[in-house]
Each structure stands twice: as structure tokens, then as C-alpha cells.
Design a protein around this ligand. Structure first.
Ligand SMILES: *[C@@H]1O[C@H](CO)[C@@H](O)[C@H](O)[C@H]1NC(C)=O
Ligand SMILES: *[C@@H]1O[C@H](CO)[C@@H](O)[C@H](O)[C@H]1NC(C)=O
Ligand SMILES: *[C@@H]1O[C@H](CO)[C@@H](O)[C@H](O)[C@H]1NC(C)=O
Ligand SMILES: *[C@@H]1O[C@H](CO)[C@@H](O)[C@H](O)[C@H]1NC(C)=O
Ligand SMILES: *[C@@H]1O[C@H](CO)[C@@H](O)[C@H](O)[C@H]1NC(C)=O
Ligand SMILES: *[C@@H]1O[C@H](CO)[C@@H](O)[C@H](O)[C@H]1NC(C)=O
Ligand SMILES: *[C@@H]1O[C@H](CO)[C@@H](O)[C@H](O)[C@H]1NC(C)=O
Length: 318
């Protein structure tokens, strides 16, 4: 332990206390013989337990727990503390039995130096300094990539973003061959209410350098999902729609069926017209008669495309 910790120190705390001395800010000059620095850490939204060491065999007259000059929690042994005049923090509880302060629902603003002050009967005032550090884990970074072919150069822009962390941290790209990795923009924003940070990084990768695999980005200990870049070295505008092949196949089958249907109907009609011409011996030059004795395929060919189209429309649309 550092020698300085045992040296008598002067420290000052003031407390507006209407009960002790009517609305006077009192400055205490105390010789502190026991000053043990304690470091505690908590997470945003979490709790922390702060034990202020005390002598069980001695009578405590009062106990203050304060942050800087601000009263947090405490009590007087012999009278009630008016918390309308000396408000205590809503998010704290105090257990007299073991001089322990419980602090709940931590925020970044709760970080800082706290002091326990214990006044024993007999005169001496003991103090202890506690350093509280509140952190928040950054969210798992989200990665989005936009690949495009601009001016015949196929490249990808990759964004990595992570939110609501504390303290301030930078995004690190986990890329082998960092010289071909081009970070275009980074930004950091602070929420004025929670004081937490959101971080963002935008990088560009030129696919001419070949595909990249097993990439990720990290913020502190949190790492994104792995991703790959430029693994399909072709223009993304080609065959952009994934179901193109399926749709083409369905259209081909449908066309084949319609053609067969038309062919079959045409043949059936030929037979009918043949029967009609036999029974009536009519010499009219109806279009059906022209098909007499000819194969149905020839029939279709002779009548041309316009007839086929007409038939398709008739069959398909009833
Ligand atoms: C904090 O304490 C409250 C009340 O005891 C409890 O409900 C909550 O789960 C605690 N939170 C954490 C993160 O420990
Ligand atoms: C404490 O809680 C009360 C009511 O629950 C609220 O009115 C007051 O603003 C709170 N004070 C602080 C400092 O959060
Ligand atoms: C303090 O004492 C209470 C019982 O009076 C106990 O529940 C609690 O765990 C103790 N806290 C510590 C930090 O020892
Ligand atoms: C915890 O603190 C946050 C921010 O101060 C507040 O919005 C929230 O209501 C608090 N939750 C509880 C259970 O006190
Ligand atoms: C924050 O990260 C630390 C270390 O990775 C982990 O131990 C802790 O559980 C995390 N806290 C939350 C609330 O996820
Ligand atoms: C970086 O991004 C920020 C926020 O998206 C934007 O305001 C800024 O103009 C960008 N800077 C550059 C050099 O692109
Ligand atoms: C990408 O790389 C190719 C070949 O190395 C180069 O010609 C081109 O200028 C690069 N494009 C960009 C945008 O850096």
C-alpha cells in the first residue's frame, strides 16, 4: 500500500443541512487517518454494492455517503433526517446493519468519486473514497454491404455500426491486408441523455483485388458476424432476380402446352370440317375447307402467325 494512504490528509466536504445547523453550508476540516481507495465497476442498468468500512464496537453518530458535495444517502443516529430538505438519491438504499449502500439502475452519470463519512461518538470522523466506473457493452456490430459496378469497376461499400456503449471506443475492421481496405468515413455520436456512444465506420473495397473472406468488425470485445466480399466476381445487374430461371422454365412449359392445345383443336376442327364437306358437298371456299386432306401442322403454317395468335388468345382467355 502506498505510504501516502496512511498520511493524515485534509479533505473537505460541505453539506447543506437544515437539521444540523439551520441552512448553513458547513465545511469540515478533518484529519483522516484511514483513507482506503476502492475501485468499483458497474454496468448501465445494473446495480452496485458499496460497503463503507466501520468499527462495529463504536457508536456511530452519523453517516454520510456523498458524491463530491452532493448528498446521496445517510442517517443520524439520534434523529430523523428530513429527506425533503436533504434529498437522497432515489436509486439508493442503505443498510445500517453493515453500513452498506446499494445503488440500482446505474447510468453513465453515476460514474465518479464517492465518499463515505462516518462520525463516531468521541469525535473522530473517518472517510473513504470510492471510485465508481459505469460501463455499457456496445451492441453487436451490424454490417451492411452495397456492391455495385460503377464505371466498369466492381466494388463494395461496407458499413459497420454499433450502438449504446460506454466509454468511447473505435470500430476496428478485422481484415487481412489492410492496405487494400479503404476506410472512407467514421463517425461517433453521443446520446445527450444517456451519454452513451454510437459508432459507425464506412469502408470501400475494390473487387479487382479479388474476393475477401472471413471479415468482421469489432468494437471493444464485441465482434460482428463474419462476412465475405466480392465472392461472385460478376456484374450484380446480370441475373439480379434470383427466380429468373424458374420463371423462364414455367413460361416455356406454358407456351408448349398452349401450342399443343391449339394444334389439337385445329386438328379436331379439320375432322369436323371434313365431315361437313362430305355431307353437304359444299364448294364454299371457307378457310376450314382449305385445310382438307392436309396435315394439321401444315394447316397451321399456311394460315400464318396471326391465326395462331388469335387461337392462343381464344384458348387462353376463353
Ligand atoms: C438490480 O437490483 C434489482 C433489485 O434488487 C433487481 O431486480 C435487478 O435484477 C438487479 N439488476 C441486476 C442487473 O443485477
Ligand atoms: C425520485 O422519485 C420521485 C417519485 O418516484 C420523483 O418525483 C423524483 O423526481 C425522483 N427524484 C430523482 C432525483 O430521480
Ligand atoms: C448487510 O446485512 C444484511 C442483513 O442485515 C444482509 O442481507 C446483506 O447481505 C449484508 N450486506 C453485505 C454487503 O454484507
Ligand atoms: C432506470 O433509469 C433510466 C434512466 O435514468 C430510467 O429511464 C428508468 O425508468 C429507470 N428504471 C427504473 C426501474 O428505475
Ligand atoms: C458485457 O460484457 C462483459 C464482458 O464481455 C460480460 O461479462 C457482461 O456479461 C456483458 N454485460 C451484459 C449486460 O451483456
Ligand atoms: C461521414 O458521414 C457523416 C454522417 O453520415 C456525414 O455527415 C459526413 O459528410 C461524411 N463525411 C464524408 C467525408 O463522407
Ligand atoms: C480498382 O482497381 C483497378 C485495378 O487495380 C483500378 O484500375 C481502379 O482504378 C480501382 N478503382 C478504384 C475505385 O479504386
Amino acid at each position: 500500500m502506498k505510504a501516502s494512504l496512511y498520511n493524515p490528509q485534509h479533505f473537505v466536504f460541505s453539506l447543506r443541512n437544515s437539521l444540523l445547523l439551520a441552512l448553513v453550508t458547513i465545511t469540515w476540516h478533518i484529519s483522516v487517518t484511514e483513507c482506503v481507495d476502492l475501485h468499483l465497476s458497474g454496468e448501465v442498468g445494473g446495480n452496485v454494492t458499496i460497503r463503507c468500512p466501520f468499527d462495529k464496537d463504536r457508536k456511530i453518530l452519523f453517516f454520510y455517503f456523498q458524491k463530491g458535495d452532493a448528498f446521496v444517502n445517510g442517517y443520524y443516529e439520534d434523529r430523523h433526517m428530513d429527506h425533503k430538505k436533504v434529498p437522497k438519491w432515489n436509486n439508493t438504499r442503505f443498510d445500517r446493519a453493515n453500513n452498506t449502500v446499494y445503488m440500482y439502475n446505474l447510468t453513465v452519470a453515476h460514474s465518479g468519486e464517492y465518499q463515505c463519512h462516518i462520525k463516531y461518538s468521541g469525535g473522530d470522523l473517518k472517510g473513504k473514497k470510492i471510485q465508481l466506473t459505469v460501463t455499457a457493452n456496445y451492441s453487436k456490430p451490424e454490417v451492411k454491404q452495397y456492391c455495385s459496378n460503377e464505371n466498369q469497376i466492381f466494388g463494395c461499400r461496407v458499413m459497420c455500426a454499433s450502438h449504446a456503449g460506454y466509454p468511447d471506443k473505435d470500430i476496428v475492421w478485422n481484415v487481412h491486408g489492410a492496405q487494400i481496405w479503404n476506410v472512407v468515413n467514421t463517425s461517433k455520436t453521443t446520446d445527450p441523455h444517456t451519454m452513451m456512444f454510437s459508432v459507425y465506420s464506412l469502408a470501400y473495397y475494390n473487387c479487382s483485388n479479388g474476393p475477401l473472406e472471413a471479415l468482421s468488425c469489432s468494437v471493444g470485445a464485441v465482434t460482428s458476424e463474419m462476412f465475405s466480399l466480392c465472392t461472385q466476381l460478376k456484374d450484380p445487374s446480370e441475373g439480379g432476380w434470383p427466380y429468373m430461371k424458374e420463371v423462364a422454365a414455367i413460361l416455356a412449359v406454358a407456351f408448349l402446352m398452349v401450342t399443343l392445345l391449339v394444334w389439337w383443336k385445329c386438328r379436331k376442327r379439320q375432322r369436323v370440317s371434313m365431315l361437313v364437306s362430305r355431307s353437304s358437298s359444299s364448294s364454299s371456299s371457307s378457310s376450314t375447307r382449305r385445310c382438307e386432306g392436309e396435315s394439321s401442322l401444315k394447316c397451321n403454317t399456311r394460315r400464318g402467325r396471326s391465326f395462331l395468335l388469335k387461337r392462343i388468345i381464344q384458348v387462353v382467355f376463353g
